[in-house]
Structures are given as structure tokens and as C-alpha cells.
Design a protein around this ligand. Structure first.
Ligand SMILES: Cc1cc2nc3c(=O)[nH]c(=O)nc-3n(C[C@H](O)[C@H](O)[C@H](O)COP(=O)(O)OP(=O)(O)OC[C@H]3O[C@@H](n4cnc5c(N)ncnc54)[C@H](O)[C@@H]3O)c2cc1C
Length: 420
């Protein structure tokens, strides 16, 4: 980009949009973020907040395929596909199934580990530099297993993590119960990954937004982008209900809504909204202080603060569907009680229920690339189950792409072309 202080408009004030704004400012850009609702009101608010390079093994796998098929008949499965006639969903599922093979799993895991480790590094750097108050703690993550069979299966599966530099420590039931008093004594075992961290996701995005605005950026809430005017392969107008905007460069960082915007310029982003729920439960004495994954239930646990902890899970492919399925919420709470002692659930009646949409691609990797159709547009979306983890490195990469600097990481695996 020739302009040394480019004017960049970012659509979406989730973790990806706000991190992009932050790094672009560092590289000298003037930034404006347009958000249809409020800052961090999409997937980046009530998610598990686990910063987990150790979760780099992608979702597309033979087990996920089996679980997805079963879910048509068992609605309370952690992964649920709503049966409906939807050509885009069929195409997406076909692509997902194509990626469920050992070669892809190996390739994506390696890419994702490199990307997420770089992101974890950026998190510590930027939180220290900007003195952000967002409960960022790097004290590892414990995967808990209810069954021996699953424990052994994951132990083997995690070899792939170790081959790529993630340390995994096997823990017996006794070791776990001696170290973590909140865990029930009848679990089968655990795997501890010491490099992982956790954060309060909404606090992080809001705090970083304050830095962006205090450095001269603008974040406009209640400003929904409704269309674009294109001339000679360039966006010349960004339309909203209030007024039109113009910019040297535009970034679509609208999470699960990104395909709606990209369709306007004639590009199809293969992203499906994958709905999940979280329950934030007040806690008092004997606090949970370790982030966990409850393996069979696929539920994440975040010790958010001194006052509450959060359970989050389920992955539902049912479109942008804004209803709350109470049975699925209850299933998450019940799963929590299968692994954690009952007393931690005594304030469940005053817990907060939330849902959000993960922007999920069929291979588990995001799309971060300049558009091939529109010269002044970049996509930064499709971060699926790992968007919180990948926020800072995505922001840095986007800023490097737009200001035409060499990128810190290899961006080839994030190209939209890989789906052609
Ligand atoms: C239950 C659950 C648990 C999760 N746990 C974790 C976890 O532990 N670790 C992890 O790494 N990831 C986790 N994730 C995934 C993570 O939350 C997402 O990948 C990430 O938040 C996506 O960020 P985003 O900025 O792309 O999207 P969002 O946060 O959804 O932001 C997109 C924004 O764009 C705005 N927008 C959309 N359309 C328009 C428009 N037309 N005009 C203006 N604004 C618009 C939306 O309002 C929204 O605020 C979880 C997700 C869920 C649902």
C-alpha cells in the first residue's frame, strides 16, 4: 500500500477485528471499526476463553464424522447437525468429510500449532505492554477423562502434539485428586498441557478497544454494514443505515456473518455458524483455579475470576439460529457435574447463559487473505473453535498484509483458494 498512513475500515468488533485494528495502528494506519451491535457482542464475548495451542488437532476427523452422523438421531450429542435442505451446508459438509483423513489432520495440526504458539506469545507481549486487565493467566490446561478408553485414545492422539513441540503430561487419578480438589475422585485420568493459558474474553476485547480509541482509532457501535459500492474492482463506498464510509482498505472480520458480506462482492466464504453455549456460574470459597477440558463431553472450563467460573460447549450446525435449546444447556451442566464436585454448582440458579456462533471452515483453519476479486479488501474470518487463541497473531498478520510487510507466519495455508 503506497499511502504511509492508510485509512482502514474493519467490519466487526470481535477479537479478530479489534486485534487487527490494534496492530494496524502500530503500523501507522488510521482505523475505524464498524460494529452492528456492541464491542465484543458476538462469539468473542461468552466463549470459554481458553488460549490453547494444545487444541490444534482440527475438528474434522473420523470421530467427528461419526458423531455428526449420530447426532441426526441423538439431539443431545456435543456435535449436532440439524437436518434441513441447505445446499451450502451440504457442500460444506462434503468438504468437511473430505478433510477427515490422517494427512489433513497432520498438516492442519502443524500449521495450527505454529500459528497458535505465535499468538500465545503475542498475547503475553501485548497484555504486558498495554497493561491490560483481562485475567490472562498462563498456568496450563488439564484434559479430564471419564473413561479409560478415551484417556488412552487421547494419549495416543496427543503424540501428534508432542511431535510438534507441545508438552503433554499424563496424570493418574490420584495425582489429579491430590492436586485439584474440585475434581471428582472417579475420573479415569488426565493430560496436562503446561503451555496453555486462559483469559476473560470479553474483558480482553473491551480493554484492547480502549487502547485503540485512545490511540486515535474509532469504534462505531450500532453501525451495521449493509452493502458496498464497487468501481473498477475497488470498494468505493461502505454502506450503513446511518451514512456511507470510504477507506483505502476494508477488512471483513465479521465472524459467522462474514459470508453474508462477502456474498455482496460475489465471493463465497465456506463458513458455517457453529453455535455453542456457555454457563457462567458464581463461585465463593474453594475456587476452581485451573482451566480444563472435559474430554468426552467436549466442555471447556475457565476459572474466569474469583467470583465465577464458566462451562462452555456443544457445537450445533443449525445456521444463525437465535433460540436457546434448554436441553443442550442442561446437558453441559450435567456433564460438568460428571467431572467436578457437586458443591461447585450450588449457585447454578443464578448462573448466566450465553450462546454464540463460531465461524467454522470445513478444514479447521481460518481464511486470512486479500480478496482476489476486490483490490482493497481483505478477509480475516473462519477461526472456528480457536478464534480467541488466534486473535493477536491474526491481527498482526492482517496488519502485515495490508501494509505490505513480510508476514511473521506463512499465510499460504489460510488462502481461500484451498477450497477450489
Ligand atoms: C461456546 C464457545 C466456546 C468457545 N471457546 C473458545 C476457546 O476456549 N478458545 C478459543 O480460542 N476460541 C473459542 N471459541 C471460538 C471463538 O469464540 C471464536 O472463534 C471467535 O470469537 C471469533 O471471533 P470473530 O471476531 O471472528 O467473531 P465475533 O466475535 O463473532 O465478531 C464478529 C463481529 O462482527 C459483527 N458483525 C457481523 N456482521 C456485521 C455487519 N454487517 N456490520 C457490522 N458488524 C457486523 C458482529 O456483531 C460481531 O460482533 C468458542 C466459541 C464458542 C461459541
Amino acid at each position: 500500500m503506497k499511502n504511509s498512513k492508510p485509512n482502514v475500515i474493519i467490519i466487526g468488533a470481535g477479537v479478530i477485528g479489534v486485534c487487527s485494528a490494534y496492530y494496524l495502528q502500530k503500523f501507522g494506519a488510521q482505523v475505524t471499526v464498524l460494529e452492528q451491535n456492541q464491542i465484543s457482542s458476538g462469539a468473542s464475548s461468552g466463549n470459554s476463553g481458553l488460549i490453547v495451542p494444545s487444541h490444534s488437532i482440527p475438528l474434522p476427523s473420523p470421530e467427528a464424522l461419526k458423531m455428526g452422523f449420530k447426532s441426526i438421531f441423538q439431539k443431545q450429542n456435543p456435535l449436532y447437525i440439524q437436518p434441513k435442505f441447505d445446499l451450502k451446508l451440504f457442500r460444506w459438509l462434503f468438504n468437511f468429510a473430505k478433510n477427515c483423513n490422517p494427512k489433513n489432520i497432520k498438516k492442519v495440526t502443524k500449521t495450527c500449532i505454529d500459528f497458535s504458539l505465535a499468538s500465545a506469545n503475542e498475547y503475553s507481549k501485548l497484555i504486558n505492554e498495554e497493561n491490560l486487565n483481562c485475567n490472562f493467566v498462563q498456568n496450563g490446561n488439564l484434559s479430564l477423562f471419564a473413561s479409560k478408553e478415551m484417556f488412552n485414545q487421547y494419549f495416543k492422539k496427543y503424540k501428534l502434539l508432542e511431535e510438534n513441540g507441545i508438552s503433554v503430561k499424563k496424570m493418574s487419578t490420584k495425582e489429579i485428586c491430590d492436586t485439584y480438589p474440585h475434581v471428582k475422585p472417579d475420573i479415569a485420568g488426565g493430560l496436562f498441557k503446561k503451555g496453555d493459558a486462559h483469559i476473560n474474553p470479553q474483558k480482553f476485547v473491551k480493554e484492547l478497544s480502549k487502547i485503540v480509541t485512545s490511540n486515535g482509532g474509532e469504534i462505531l457501535e450500532n453501525t451495521k454494514v449493509t452493502g458496498f459500492e464497487i468501481q473498477s474492482d475497488e470498494i468505493v463506498k461502505i454502506q450503513t443505515k446511518l451514512k456511507d464510509f470510504s477507506a483505502d482498505h476494508i477488512i471483513i472480520a465479521a465472524g459467522a456473518w462474514s459470508p453474508i458480506l462477502s456474498k455482496i462482492i460475489g465471493s463465497e466464504l465456506p463458513i458455517q455458524p457453529a453455535k455453542g453455549y456457555s454457563i457462567t456460574i458464581p463461585q465463593d470459597e474453594n475456587k476452581i483455579d485451573t482451566p480444563m477440558m472435559l474430554a468426552e463431553a467436549r466442555v471447556g472450563v475457565n476459572p474466569l475470576s474469583d467470583k465465577s467460573f464458566r462451562l462452555a460447549g456443544t457445537l450445533e450446525l443449525s445456521g444463525l439460529n437465535f433460540s436457546v435449546n434448554k436441553k443442550r444447556v442442561q446437558k453441559i451442566i450435567d456433564s460438568g457435574q460428571d467431572y467436578l464436585r457437586k458443591e461447585y454448582f450450588k449457585h447454578i440458579s443464578t448462573s448466566k447463559i450465553w450462546y454464540g456462533f463460531r465461524p467454522l471452515t470445513p478444514d479447521g483453519l481460518p481464511i486470512i487473505e486479500k480478496s482476489s476479486k476486490v483490490k482493497n479488501l481483505t478477509f480475516a474470518s473462519g477461526h472456528g473453535v480457536l478464534g480467541m487463541t488466534l486473535g493477536p497473531i491474526t491481527g498482526l498478520t492482517v496488519a502485515e498484509i495490508i501494509t505490505e510487510k513480510p508476514t511473521t507466519i506463512n499465510t499460504k495455508p489460510f488462502s481461500l483458494n484451498r477450497f477450489n
